[in-house]
Design a protein around this ligand. Structure first.
Ligand code: BES
Ligand code: ZN
Length: 461
């Protein structure tokens, strides 16, 4: 029988063909018209898990999109790993900016282009294939494994959030493993030990009961779009500090030690900037760029609906406008508390000439993991074997809501073992996954499971 690494190498072409199939399914969780497709993706994944040799494969219905569960629990006293990922993807719009259609996966220069390629179908599939390679080679896994893969991560994750407290025994494990983050660059792996949390909110402003002619009414009736502009302008100062009173009160200060660790992170600022295409970096001058990107909270407006946006001019006072915004949070900011601070502040800014409503869309706590635990060392060793480089430890600015819940409800620390790249264009047109890292990711996962079994894992429990 081949060893798992040789097996995985011999099957790379099959793995790629399967991933392409997975990526063809437009499982966009936020769009109601894609509900059916999202269910198809869950079924597709469940079928592949069965073929991989996983057991108790289940599609668990929820209020919205199904969860996919599977396990293999014959490793006796060896540790249990809970592997999490998400099979839902972000919307693909604006479609005209894609060089190849988002749901027709295309390989160009070692990259696989498709919505969800890196975030997160490609990365979650890494572990399905790693498990398959070990089971096909050895007939057994070195550790117990449970998979829980959700279909709502990109749109709030409420169904899994509700499922976890009800199913603690089912999900019980010694450590969680998540691949939904990025490396430093194609050669340099990274383990993320901190994720930001999130408070996503809407602002709705209604003025007149219908759109009005701006010549007949302009100057006499307040314009909701202008009001929205005023309110947004007061949410942050010109340097990027959030102006909501109390916003920073709960922020756990960065220790000198952590600032020193973050200062060593090898961010190539020029390359990073070039990737964005922006003229220069920006943000709170009291913190370094690396700190601002992962270890400090922030606020951004994501979309505004209102007024006339068609070609040419139209002179109208819109009746209503809508804005979407989010705040990225750090320990120990509470999403509900932050939402109330936003709401109170916006209410204070709102003039009586319009009606302003602020609504919470979803919230998630930030998380931070002790990177001295042996499972982290098992992961670092696995990366070093597969990539030939020790990983850096870093804080990530994105959010994976379930990680803090694993900590609080299941008592699990999470190893965030990412295989994406900073240039993967996740959530944007031309999302892609670097295929050599798909294959090395599978090998890293194989080594990780083996290291966990043979390491001093029990000592830290
Ligand atoms: N995979 C991302 C998180 C991420 C972003 C990791 C950037 C590394 C770099 C995840 O799927 C994601 O996008 N999460 C959402 C969560 C939100 C909807 C609560 C996010 O961060 O916007
Ligand atoms: Zn993701």
């Amino acid at each position: 029988m081949p060893d798992p690494i040789a097996y995985a190498r011999a099957h790379q072409a099959d793995y790629l063909a399967e991933l392409i199939d997975f990526l063809r399914i437009p499982s966009i969780s936020t769009q109601p018209e894609r509900t059916e497709d999202t269910a198809v993706a869950a079924q597709w994944l469940a079928d592949k898990m069965k073929q991989a040799g996983l057991e108790n494969v289940e599609i668990i219905a929820t209020q919205r999109h199904p969860l996919v569960y599977a396990d293999w629990l014959h490793a006796g006293d060896a540790p249990t790993v809970l592997i999490y990922g998400h099979y839902d993807v972000q919307p693909a719009e604006p479609l005209e900016l894609w060089d190849s259609p988002p749901f027709e996966p295309t390989v160009r220069d070692d990259f696989l282009y498709a919505r969800g390629a890196s975030d997160d179908k490609g990365q979650v599939y890494v572990h399905v294939k790693a498990v398959e390679a070990i089971l096909q080679s050895n007939g057994r896994l070195p550790v117990n494994v449970k998979f829980i893969v959700e279909g709502e991560e990109e749109s709030g994750g409420e169904s899994l959030e509700a499922f976890i407290p009800q199913n603690k025994a089912k999900l019980a494990a010694d450590v969680a493993l998540v691949s939904d983050t990025a490396m430093v660059n194609a050669q340099q792996p990274a383990i993320v030990y901190g994720l930001r949390g999130m408070c996503y909110a809407y602002i709705d402003i209604v003025g007149p009961k219908r759109d009005l002619h701006s010549g007949s009414f302009g100057g006499g009736i307040n314009n909701p779009l202008n009001v929205l502009g005023h309110i947004i302008a007061k949410l942050k100062d010109e340097d990027g500090r959030v102006l909501i009173p109390g916003f920073y009160d709960a922020v756990r200060p960065l220790t000198e030690q952590e600032r020193n660790i973050l200062a060593q992170f090898p961010l190539d600022e020029a390359a990073w900037l070039a990737e964005t295409g922006a003229p220069e970096p920006w943000g709170d001058p009291d913190y370094t760029l690396v700190e601002r990107l992962g270890a400090r909270p922030t606020l951004d407006v994501h979309g505004i609906i209102g007024g006339y946006t068609g070609p040419g001019a139209k002179t109208v006072l819109p009746s209503k406008v809508h804005a979407k915004l989010s705040m990225r949070l750090v320990p120990d900011q509470e999403p509900d508390e932050i939402f109330h601070l936003l709401k109170a502040y916006v209410a204070k800014l709102a003039p009586p000439s319009v009606k302003v409503t602020v609504t919470l869309e979803h919230g998630a706590l930030a998380s931070i993991t002790d990177f001295n635990i042996p499972a982290m060392q098992a992961a670092a060793k696995a990366y070093a074997t597969a990539f030939g480089e020790e990983p850096f430890f870093m804080r990530e600015g994105g959010s994976i809501p379930v990680v803090s819940q694993f900590q609080s409800e299941l008592g699990l620390e999470t190893v965030l073992m990412g295989f994406g790249l900073p240039g993967d264009q996740i959530h944007a047109p031309n999302e892609r996954f670097y295929l050599p890292n798909f294959y090395r990711g599978i090998e890293t996962s194989i080594h990780f499971l083996q290291n966990l079994a043979s390491g001093s894992f029990e000592e830290w429990q």
